[in-house]
Every structure is written in C-alpha cells, then in structure tokens.
Design a protein around this ligand. Structure first.
Ligand code: GCB
Length: 618
C-alpha cells in the first residue's frame, strides 16, 4: 500500500514539476525563510497609502498540515499554496479547493468566528484573490499586522516569506511575485504552542490563531524609508533621531520637517543608509496625558516621503522619581489585554481601542499596561491621541527555555519588531522585557541581553519588567537580581486572592532592595459581574471590591511607589479558567465584564484615582 502511495505521490510530483516549468511562479517557491525572504520592519506602516486585503478569505483547516508537508514530512513543492483548480483532464485528484472552502474574515482570530474553532490550535490555510494595478516602478510589501503564531505566505504560488511571532507587524517583499491584473495570496498560519516558542506552552490568555490584524499591500519607491525615530532630546530644546533608507545610495538627502514649529533639517545618508539628525525647536507644546498634542512630521528621502503624527515629551528617572517632561509623576494605571470588548476575540480595530482606552480614561487613568505582548498599532495611535502613557510588553512570559539560544533569537526578533514599528509613539514610556519569570541565572542573563538590546535600539525610553515577589511572614521582599538591569521595577502580587485575605494587605510591609521607582504592575481578584453577596465570599463583586479597598492603603505605605496597573480592565478568555457558572473560560479579574458591565471594584479604583488618594497627587 505504502509503495503504491509512494509511486502515486512521486508521479504526481513529476507531473506538477512539468506543469510548473511553463509557469514562472513555481520556480521560486522552494526558497526558504530568513535570508533573502526575511520580512522587514516598516516604521509608520499605517501612515502609508495601502491597498487593503482585509475582508473575506477562503480558509481550509489542516490539522496535519498536509497542505505543506508530504507523508514523509518534506516541504511540498506542489502544496496548497499553488491554489490549483482541478481540471477534467488531470490524471490525479486535487484534494482541496479554496473556491469551495468556507470563509474567515480578516482581520480576526478564527476561534471566535466559528464555534468548532474555539479551541483549535494548529495550521489553517487562507486564500484571497485580488486585482493589482502597478502604478510606477515600485517595491511592494505585503503588510501583515499580526499572524499568530507562525506563518508562511505565497503570492501566485511563489513563497514570499515566513514569519514567527504572533504579536508584531511584518512586511514581505512581494515585488517580483506580483503581476498586473488578477493575483492570489495564500497564507498558512499555525498557532500550535511549542516549548521553544515565545511565549511558551503556558500562558493565561487565549491562543487566538489566524490573521488577527489588518493585512494590506504597501507600495514604496525603489529607495525608501524603512525605519525612523523622531523624538524630543532629554535636554528638551531639540528634536533628535535618525532615518534609515533601503535601496538608496550613500549621500541620499533626507529632510525632516515639523511645519507647525517651522523646524526643518536636511542631512545625508551614510554608507549604511542611515542619516542621524538633531535640530533646535522652540515653543514646542509637550505631549502629556493632560494635553496630548501631536505634530505632523514629514520625512523625505529621494522620491519617498512619509508623514507621521508625533508627540514630543521626555521621560527619565531621578532616584526613585519618574519624570515626565522633567516633572515627577504618579502613574494611575490599569492593565489591558488585547481582548475585544463585547464581541470577545482578539482586538484589532479603532473601535476596540477607543472602547478599552475610553474605559481607562473614565477610570481616571493616565497610564495603561498593554499586557502581555505588543498590541496593535491602532491602540498606540489611540493612546497618543487620547493621552495615556503606555507600558509596552514583549511576550517573554513565565518560564521560557531561557538556556536555549534559539529562543533568545526569537525573543530578540520580536523585540526588534516591536521597537522598530512602535518607537515614535509618544504614549510609550516603558519597554517591558518580561513578566513573572523564574529567578535563575539563565533567565537573568537572557533578559539582561534583551534589556541592553532595547537600550541600544532606543535609549530614549525606560526599561522595566514585572517581577515576582518573595514573602517572609508579612513582609514582601523585592530583591530579584533582574532588578539591576531595570530603570523601573515592576512587581506583581495577589494578596487577598492567591494568598491570604483582602485584610492581609493591612499588615503587609514592603522591603525593596532597589533605590528605583516601583510600579505594582498587577494585583486584583476575580468577580463574576452581577454576583453579589458577603464581602468574604469569593467571586462576588463585594469580595473583589474589598481587595481593592485593602490594597490602596497598603500601596500608599510604599514610599517609592510611582505607579500601579491593577489586573485587569476587562474579563478575558483563558482556557485555564474552567470553573463552570463563574469563569466559563474567562479570567474574571476584570473591573468590567467582557460584555461591558462595570463591577463594584471599578468604582473603588475610580474614586481613588479621581480623588488622587492613592499615590502622590499631581
Ligand atoms: C499573573 C499574570 C497574568 C495572569 C494573572 C492571573 O500574575 O501575570 O497574566 O492572568 O496573574 O489572573 O492569575
């Protein structure tokens, strides 16, 4: 039987290679990832004219990944990326057909689009037809806002890239694969959890799979600006930064202009395509949560230009203070997952961002922790616009394989993509390196490597991480050696939920080994919206409110406390949370239910924030 199958497959392959000889696209499809096919980062991708590929895509569920791998697990040359249509004269059966397959909407996770896919983890194929009319000699990139977790892309049967990491945007060069007229794009997305992924096997959130954020085509000239950084220098009297040009020549002139400030400079790119600049600015209105002023900034290089909206502010620490625009401040925050309000699923839209951040504003926040991975750029645009300071986080969560160099490389790649894409958002003040990682040497080295990489990529921001805390009786001890590598220490604690009672906070003392600003980046407890009872009864709104009431005075006894981001704004899906009738696969620590109902604790925190009775008043 095997033999016959083997023969059949070999002859099919032979036939297809003959067919392919006549069709140019088949030639390049064996190119592998990284190297020439590695996707690139485009800063300000959402500010470029784009042709949207959002909408309905055909989808084929492929749990054994037989569309890509042969029965001996070799990558197929005649996989489903060819998008074949069976012909009557074919001597072999074509066992897939995208035109007959059910559809999935992009952007969107597959889990919440079809009931049978709620728990699905594995490969899924996507296909979409589109017309393309080239305008002028240009390079074209397939922009993918995020594809969770691993993804492969083909245009007209030609492989254009592979990518790993579920929460960062990437751009595949599709110039030579596109043709004028009808085209098709095929993607395979695999959200299988693996031990050597970032994040790893265990997380406390839903592993939403698919093309979870916007997809588009972006055309740029032959020589184009791929990345840039424009920010206010810490001296406060000049703008500094750089641009990088791909495909240009040394000496290419780069112009940066802020028309409203009548400020402008011109510099030349060096041999590496990089042009650094700094120029004085006067009477700039500083960006702040109270006045989130954004300026139009235009960058021009050769025939390429991009206009971004950028706020100017400084952020630094002095002793245990966090200074925004030179002034000490207290960060009244809340943690937020990229979980869509009302409809559940992965958040991606302006509306999702405005609802979530609107609630944070209503709560009295000036700060949000966007946990536990980089959020969609729409969130950062909204935070810039609305005026919320942001903690942006990479998915180094819990116990990765810290001694595996391949895992480090994956984390570095995701960090590069996060910073590369998001670095011009005034709202972001912290790059967070990790969440609740185990205290051991391999871990410390791993995260120190990431921290110094983040510092060299972006010296203008502060580095933080959410650490675990040790306990000794009623003392909480913050002495994780990772603290040395951080500018701001984040700590998570669950007094009243995973340990003790809400009142335990009344007798808890804090012992912090670092003379640095401290943020309590998580505390909280679960409550089912609408469940009322005694304040000693778990899962009631009263119990959750009691946790908050006892936490706030305790936090006020920590002299170096400079902010907080309790866990969490809204209930979110997690497969770990199985208690029927209460959790039903949702983490219920939200101050608001997934259907938008505010719980009692929301108002406890809102009052403390509005009255500024927690932390230092402004
Ligand atoms: C934590 C994690 C967070 C969880 C939370 C919880 O410490 O950082 O991801 O969701 O606890 O609810 O247990």
């Amino acid at each position: 039987m095997k033999r016959i199958l083997g023969f059949r497959r070999r002859s099919t392959r032979l036939l297809l290679s003959l067919l392919c000889m006549a069709a140019v696209p088949c030639v390049a499809q064996q190119t592998n990832i990284a190297g020439a096919n590695a996707p690139i980062v485009l800063t300000g991708a959402d500010r470029r004219p784009a042709m949207s590929l959002d909408g309905d895509w055909a989808s084929i569920l492929d749990p054994y990944f037989s569309g890509l791998f042969s029965f001996h697990h070799q990558e197929k040359t005649n996989g489903w990326f060819l998008n074949r249509k069976a012909q009557p004269e074919d001597p072999f059966p074509t066992e897939y057909d995208f035109s007959k397959a059910p559809q999935l909407t992009v952007p969107g996770d597959w889990n919440t689009q079809r009931e049978s896919l709620l728990f699905y983890e594995g490969p899924m194929w996507y296909e979409r037809d589109f017309e393309y009319r080239p305008k002028e000699p240009a390079r074209v990139f397939l922009h993918v806002g995020a594809a969770n977790y691993r993804s492969w892309f083909w245009i007209n049967g030609v492989k254009v890239c592979e990518h790993e990491g579920g929460f960062t945007a990437f751009n595949c060069d599709v110039t030579s694969a596109l043709k004028a007229g009808p085209n098709f794009v095929v993607a395979a997305i695999d959200n299988t959890r693996r031990e050597d992924n970032v994040p790893t096997l265990e997380t406390d959130w839903w592993n939403y799979g698919g093309l979870t954020r916007h997809v588009s085509l972006i055309a740029v000239p032959e020589a184009f600006i791929d990345q840039y950084d424009v920010h206010l220098a810490r001296t406060g009297d000049e703008v500094e930064g750089w641009t990088h040009i791909t495909g240009g020549q040394a000496g290419t002139s780069v112009e940066v202009e802020i028309p409203e400030l009548q400020a402008k400079t011109q510099v030349a790119a060096d041999n590496n395509g990089r042009a650094s600049f700094h120029f004085p600015i006067h009477e700039v209105v500083r960006w702040s949560p109270e006045n989130p002023k954004l300026y139009k900034v235009t960058l021009r290089a050769g025939s390429d230009s991009i206009e971004d909206l950028i706020g100017f502010r400084t952020i630094e620490t002095r002793g245990t203070e966090i200074l925004l625009n030179g002034k000490p401040m207290f960060l009244r925050g809340i943690s937020i997952h990229a979980e869509a309000p009302y409809r559940t699923g992965r958040a991606y839209s302006d509306k999702d961002a405005e609802t979530l951040l609107g609630w944070a504003k209503e709560l009295g926040c000036n700060f949000v922790r966007l946990a536990h991975y980089p959020h969609d750029e729409t969130m950062l645009r909204a935070a810039d616009r609305i005026g919320l300071l942001v903690w942006s986080e990479n998915p180094v969560y819990w116990a990765l394989q810290f001694d595996n160099p391949k895992v480090l490389a994956k984390a570095e790649q995701q960090l590069d993509e996060e910073i590369g894409a998001l670095r011009n958002h005034a709202s972001i003040i912290f790059w967070s390196m990790a969440n609740e990682t185990p205290n051991n040497e391999a871990r410390t080295q791993f995260i120190e490597t990431l921290a110094s990489r983040a510092r060299s990529l972006d010296p203008s921001r502060l580095i933080t991480a959410a650490l675990l805390v040790r306990a000794n009786g009623h003392s909480k001890i913050v002495d994780d050696p990772l603290g040395k590598a951080l500018d701001v220490i984040g700590v998570n604690e669950y007094i009243g939920w995973y340990e003790g009672h809400p009142e335990t906070a009344d007798v808890t003392q804090w012992n912090i080994a670092y003379d640095k600003p401290l943020i309590v980046s998580e505390f909280g407890g679960g409550a089912k919206a609408g469940l009322h009872g005694d304040e000693n009864q778990r899962w009631t709104e009263e119990y959750q409110a009691s946790i908050y009431r006892h936490q706030l005075p305790m936090l006020n006894r920590i002299p170096q406390l400079r902010g907080m981001s309790p866990w969490i704004l809204m209930d979110f899906r997690s497969p770990n949370r199985v208690l029927a009738g209460i959790q039903d696969e949702f983490n219920r620590k939200g101050l608001i239910s997934d259907q938008g109902t505010k719980k009692m604790a929301f108002y406890v925190l809102q009052r403390a924030y509005k009255e500024q009775s927690v932390g230092k008043p402004d």
